[in-house]
Design a protein around this ligand. Structure first.
Ligand SMILES: [Zn+2]
Length: 90
């Protein structure tokens, strides 16, 4: 388990590297359902995501990565991807 602070500084280093390589600004996307994400227009569930900690308050872990699991609203502008929605063309 990587401490949150180390993860965040790794994230920032990764963003800086991408920014340097591509010339496009990159930023760490705040966790789904967190206050910070909601301030940026996140539409993901708040309670289901433990207010940004993850499902079951961060206790639910991905079986391989061991990282917290989140519920994503596919229409969320920060975390979603509407390409994954199986909608009929009208
Ligand atoms: Zn979201």
């Amino acid at each position: 388990m990587i401490p949150r602070q180390a993860r965040e500084s790794l994230g920032r280093a990764w963003c800086a590297l991408l920014e340097e390589k591509t010339g496009v600004p990159h930023q760490i996307v705040p966790n789904p359902g967190s206050e910070e994400a909601r301030a940026q227009g996140c539409l993901c569930p708040v309670i289901d995501n433990g207010r940004g900690e993850g499902m079951m308050g961060g206790e639910a872990k991905h079986p391989v990565s061991g990282l917290p699991v989140f519920t994503i609203n596919l229409l969320c502008p920060l975390h979603g991807n509407s390409d994954w929605l199986d909608l009929e063309e009208t």
